[in-house]
Ligand binder design. Structure first.
Ligand code: SF4
Length: 717
């Protein structure tokens, strides 16, 4: 345990704020304590971090309070889910895991071995897991909760540009003329990004902010124009804006001709989106639509930002590409203050993408289906030709159906809580219950998912292991360990290595430190879009956070490449960005007479995901004590529901109950429920008991944001 102040990164969201953490006791100062008097590490914003410049939100400021509560301290095992866990040695637990993998490999083959990780893992953890599963075992069955979060952005960027990779940077927030925020409650979910934008917006009255959201969120309240569109009409709106830009001649034909392809197909599609039709479908006025298009057309620099409201959709990839289309037709990309910017959810969702942490991709922004990419990795990892499977592995929902059919013989879950976060939760839980063998590797116990495990492996978390994370603007930060892991907890990458050695792959995993893991990984990215070959732990420790791609002079101190595609060239086969031509398909499960309301789900300012950490922090629990359902006053009157009345929400898949919050912030016909509460924190108040698994065909991201529900007031007995 260090006695010094350590610079590190917030382990919550993809903004990636720098933190400075000091021990509870400092010479000459009172001991820092939590609300119960327990000494805790002191956390404050790191003013030198380029991404956050000293700012920090309530989650980052209170994170140290969660470090010593409800930790999983020792490996635990049991033979069946009916039995209680018993403490085991690491030797016994790891032998069990390795033995099970060997059995499944010999009886069902590599495609029956499956791992499900998380954007909470560090880059080094991710990389070792990819090498083990995709390289040594020959299965691409590594997926992560980023599938529920960012996979539509990955697919959208890849299809439009030829590669994944957000092209923008946070400096764009300070210089844009128009911020177009769609499907993102940035003020609550990415608060430090929003603070930065808001400062610029307030200081410069000419700067416009458009927010597209069915709810009047905190973000929408700050906007010059709030477009409260009906759920599922995003593509109508985006094509409608494009239609007006085209009609007004406010497009950049030079950029379109020189730098893009497939414009004629797109131009044909947007002809079908005249303002009167679009306004009616979206539930907004023609004037509002025209104002949005004018803001876009009249701004020299337009920055789009989006998050779950776009990605978590059965047409998520189409929505992402339709946002990108607007930037391509107006040449709003590759210059300061402009571009399509997806905001990543988790602290290392970007690192997960870079290391190939989804079942269809490979390290270095390579893809499973590309024979050259597989061959490059086989050579790098010194594996036999053909060792890496050409077949994409199971995505999140496929794992559930694989458990149902028996095709998944063992499931290894690391740093995530799918028994709360997956859609169609009763079905998901029933599938987890049927799993022949589940390993759950996490820092906390209890969690909802631990109940489905046969082996629990205690993981060291943020502050207890050294590794790197990449934030939304491609900035890589070294997160140094400054505390000793509690009990027998170990870094995730070390656990993966120990199992790999038991499986006979010791020579492939010779690392003794995470710095060695990173050195190898960085070489895999050489000359790829996400080239990190000039980055090392030592360089990050000496110079601070670095943004990729680095300048070609690897060791120089030249400024980082802040924006991608500044020269109008893209990493596609023909060097051009490609327009995607999409008609709107709407919601996968629209409302009907049996289920007449649209449920949308989302996040609150203080909580993080399934509350594994934030549910253990007093200040945040006080801030958001209970789940609730937002209902418009008109719907509440029709249902005879008053504020705080209990409402049962029914969908085709399940039911949950929430106290009503009657508010005009939500549109009539739509209701909102926060997604943070699982069975551990509230009784029958799980948002995902209601949601469905219908997914985007390109990204395989489920439509967690919308489903049809019925509302029934609960009569007090
Ligand atoms: Fe942490 Fe995100 Fe808050 Fe920054 S904005 S302090 S990264 S939770």
């Amino acid at each position: 345990m260090t006695t010094d102040t350590t610079k590190t990164l917030c382990p919550y969201c993809g903004v990636g704020c720098g933190l400075e953490v000091s021990p509870p006791a400092q010479p000459g100062k009172a001991v820092n304590r939590d609300s119960q008097g327990t000494p805790i590490w002191k956390v404050q914003g790191d003013r030198t971090h380029p991404s956050s410049q000293g700012m920090v939100c309530v989650k980052g400021a209170t994170v140290a309070e969660s470090l010593s509560k409800d930790r999983l301290l020792y490996p635990m095992v049991r033979d069946s889910l009916d039995e209680p866990f018993r403490r085991a040695s690491w030797e016994e637990a790891l032998d069990r895991v390795a033995s099970r993998i060997k059995t499944v490999l010999s009886t069902q083959g590599p495609e029956a071995v499956c791992m499900y990780g998380s954007g909470q893992l560090q880059t080094e953890d991710y990389y070792v897991a990819q090498k083990l599963l995709k390289g040594c075992l020959g299965t691409n069955n590594f997926d992560s909760n980023s599938r529920l979060c960012m996979s539509s952005a990955v697919a959208g960027y890849s299809q439009s540009f030829g590669s994944d990779g957000p092209p923008c940077c946070y400096e764009d927030l300070d210089v844009t003329d128009c911020a177009f925020i769609i499907g993102s409650n940035t003020a609550e979910c990415h608060p430090i990004i929003f603070n930065r934008l808001r400062k610029h917006h307030k200081k410069n009255p000419k700067v416009k902010m458009i927010v597209v959201d069915p709810r009047k969120t905190t973000t929408a309240e700050a906007a010059d124009l709030h477009l409260a569109i009906k759920p599922g009409t995003d593509i109508d709106l985006l094509n409608g804006i494009a239609h007006l830009l085209m009609r007004w001649g406010r497009i950049d034909t030079f950029f379109i001709d020189e730098c893009t392809s497939n414009f004629p197909a797109y131009a044909e599609v947007i002809q079908h989106y005249p303002p009167e039709v679009v306004a009616k479908r979206c539930g907004i006025s023609v004037k509002e639509l025209e104002t949005a298009a004018h803001y876009w057309a009249d701004s020299e620099r337009v920055l789009s930002m989006w998050s779950m409201g776009v990605n978590q959709s059965s047409e998520g990839t189409a929505k992402v590409r339709t946002i990108i289309n607007l930037h391509l037709m107006t040449a709003q990309i590759g210059k300061p203050g402009s571009g399509p910017f997806s905001l990543t959810g988790q602290p290392n969702a970007m690192g997960g993408r870079e290391t190939g942490g989804l079942s269809h991709i490979l390290p270095g922004y390579r893809v499973v289906k590309n024979p050259q990419h597989r061959a490059e990795l086989e050579e790098f990892w010194q594996l036999p030709a053909g060792q890496i499977s050409p077949v994409p592995g199971l995505a999140a929902w496929d794992i559930i159906t694989g458990l149902e059919t028996g095709d998944v013989g063992m499931l290894w879950i690391a740093a995530t809580n799918p028994a709360v976060s997956l859609p169609d939760l009763e079905r998901s839980k029933a599938a987890l219950m049927r799993s022949p063998f589940t390993v759950y590797q996490d820092a906390y116990y209890p969690t909802e998912t631990a109940e489905f495990a046969h082996v629990l492996l205690p993981a060291a978390q943020w502050s207890e292991k050294t590794g790197t994370m990449t934030n939304s603007e491609r900035v890589v930060t070294l997160c140094k360990a400054f505390r000793t892991p509690p009990g027998e907890a170990k870094a995730d990458w070390k656990i993966f290595v120990e199992v790999a050695r038991r499986l006979g792959f010791g020579d492939k995993f010779p690392y003794s430190t995470s710095a060695e893991v990173y050195d190898e990984y960085a070489q895999v990215t050489r000359d790829r879009v996400c080239d990190m070959s000039g980055i090392s732990h030592a360089r990050l420790a000496a110079q601070g956070p670095l943004q990729w791609p680095l300048p070609k002079e690897k060791e120089s101190r030249l400024p980082a490449v802040k924006r991608l595609y500044t020269d109008g060239r893209f990493p596609s086969p023909d060097g051009r960005a490609r327009f995607g031509a999409y008609h709107s398909r709407g919601l996968a499960e629209p409302p009907d007479p049996d289920y007449p309301y649209v449920l949308t789900t989302g996040r609150l300012y203080g909580h993080w995901h399934t509350q594994t950490r934030t549910g253990r922090i007093d200040k945040i629990k006080q801030m958001h004590p209970n789940p609730f359902i937002e209902i418009h006053p008109r719907d509440a009157a029709n249902l005879d529901v008053q504020e705080n009345d209990l409402v049962e929400v029914q969908s085709r898949r399940g039911t949950s109950r929430f106290p009503a919050k009657v508010t005009k912030a939500i549109s009539p016909g739509t209701v909102f429920v926060p997604m943070h509460w699982g069975a551990l924190w509230a009784d029958k108040a799980e948002a995902n008991a209601l949601t469905h698994h219908i997914s985007c065909p390109d990204s395989l991201q489920p439509e967690l944001k919308a489903c049809a529900v019925q509302l029934v007031p609960v009569v007090a007995e």
